[in-house]
Design a protein around this ligand. Structure first.
Ligand code: ZN
Length: 411
């Protein structure tokens, strides 16, 4: 591996203004200004797989307050394909979305969706899901696709392996290869003045490998930095250790994105550990199973007990779904979702609006409390609302927050 090679400075198409740091934890409140407007951090980014969030129109997505959503390069590269993206002028125009887009590299999709993917130094080899012909996703091809998509943030191709793999040699190889692939991505990137390339820290659950990877990635000076390879079934304690270790080594003046995180308690703990950006398909996917994510926990509205429950999905929630009709909302009740859930997709759409809104406003509340330096009190209230009695609090969260100076068990 080339070690700490000095490279020419990379242009950046973003500004990052750090407004406040929590005086107890490592939490930060900032504004990330991208080519399609300012994004308040911390933020949750909903995932619009096929250039649409299932069940939501872009107007509805805008109403949730979303300033930055995620598109999958793999899906857009297959359909409509690169030539259509080039002809239309990128994914913003294709979708009619004038706010920011982040795209993944496509590698994770292949490794997770296609069992036949194999990784070599050249790239990710896979068989086309269309006709079974052999295909190769290289770092150069991934960046070329993302250049055609025109996303505001583009991700490097990385060598993704299961976090739980016991093979230390393979974990080390994946980490080192991810650094080499970053260099190829930097060289291939055609529009650094209008698209921001983020590197991805790898190294599995091995903190020494993570530290080594942080040093290698930081010196390459990309506009933003992601922590990858997590949320793959590892213990939450391990997840927290990796995030905490990495944020401790990353430069303060750059946004930090922890990939694949979407449970409310994971988000607030990761914010406390110094992370700024998150994405996950869970809140939108779980809506399709009738699950409402709320300040009092996640509950399934397909259960018979909601048949006569005429309260809003989440009481006092200002989203378009929950807000009463006299205040311009839809005034949707739990009973109505219960009624729809079995036979109508509209129930899933309504819950998707609520779930996305909930996570965006959860991050907004984190941000406000950091700005006012009352984030520890926010954390206490959050866990009280989610879990009720302290005996129900997850031990991993209590432990992780204790490491950054907040003891949830104290009053
Ligand atoms: Zn709501």
């Amino acid at each position: 591996m080339s070690t700490n090679t000095p490279r020419k400075p990379m242009p950046s198409a973003l500004t990052f203004d750090l407004h406040a740091k929590c005086s107890t934890t490592k939490a930060r409140a900032s504004t990330l200004t991208l080519p399609h407007g300012p994004v308040p951090l911390p933020i949750f980014m909903p995932v619009a797989t096929q250039a649409s969030i299932k069940g939501l129109t872009y107007d509805q997505l805008k109403q949730t307050g979303c300033m930055l959503c995620l598109n999958n390069t793999y899906h857009l590269g297959l359909k409509p394909g690169q030539s259509v993206l080039d002809a239309v002028g990128g994914a913003h125009k294709l979708q009619g979305w004038d706010r920011n887009i982040l795209t993944d590299s496509g590698g994770f999709q292949m490794v997770s969706l296609l069992k036949l993917a194999t990784i070599t130094e050249e790239g990710v080899q896979f068989l086309s899901p269309h006709d079974g012909s052999p295909m190769l996703l290289t770092p150069e091809h991934s960046i070329s696709l993302q250049n055609s998509i025109g996303s505001d943030i583009i991700m490097q191709l990385d060598d993704v392996i299961a976090t739980t793999t016991p093979d230390r040699v393979r974990i080390n190889e994946a980490m080192e290869r991810s650094v080499r692939w970053l260099d190829r991505c930097i060289d291939a990137h055609k529009y650094p003045e209008k698209q921001n390339l983020f590197c991805i820290i790898q190294g599995g659950l091995d903190l020494e490998l993570r530290k080594k990877c942080c040093a290698e990635m930081v010196v390459r000076d990309t506009p933003g930095i992601a922590i990858g390879g997590l949320s793959g079934g590892e213990a939450k304690e391990e997840f927290c250790k990796v995030v905490d270790t990495c944020t401790g080594l990353l430069p303060e003046e750059k946004p930090r994105y922890v990939m694949g995180v979407g449970y409310p308690e994971d988000l607030v703990v990761a914010v406390a550990l110094g992370a700024d950006m998150f994405d996950c398909v869970w809140p939108t996917r779980t809506a399709r199973f009738g699950n409402a994510v709320t300040k009092n926990g996640t509950f399934n509205l397909r259960h018979i007990s909601y048949a006569n429950d005429f309260r809003p999905v989440d009481e006092d929630c200002p989203c378009a779904c929950c807000r009463p009709t006299e205040k311009g909302g839809l005034g949707i009740t739990r009973a109505y979702i219960y009624h729809l859930a079995a036979k109508e997709t509209v129930g899933a759409h309504l819950l998707t609006i609520h779930n996305v809104h909930y996570l965006l406003s959860l991050m907004g509340s984190c941000r406000q409390s950091i700005l006012e330096d009352r984030f520890p009190a926010f954390l206490r209230e959050f866990f009280r609302n989610q879990y009720g009695d302290k005996s129900n609090y997850p031990a991993w969260a209590v432990g992780a927050l204790r490491q950054v100076g907040v003891d949830l068990m104290e009053d």
